[in-house]
Design a binder for this molecule. Sequence first.
Ligand code: SF4
Ligand code: SF4
Length: 81
Amino acid sequence: MVKNKKIEIIINEEKCSGCILCMLWCSYTHHKIFNPSKANLEIKDRYGLAPEIIFLDTCVQCGQCVQKCLYGALKIMEEDI
Ligand code: SF4
Ligand code: SF4
């Protein structure tokens, strides 16, 4: 029997450095351009003490941003459905 997986992206904003690598790789993955304004997630207050990570409705949960985050602020949880 083939099991389907449901993916959930877990956010830990305390670990976020505001580097926006996640936004750059999202835009590159989906639009072939490094342009944060094309990304499917946003980092708010990236220069502040507490950046906020917001996934937009356009996110397709491909996980590329998670793989590029060097600070452990994003993680993938997989569940069988
Ligand atoms: S979530 Fe990760 S890759 Fe994105 S800005 Fe924060 S530290 Fe950088
Ligand atoms: S999971 Fe969402 S925000 Fe992250 S790279 Fe994929 S589409 Fe972009």
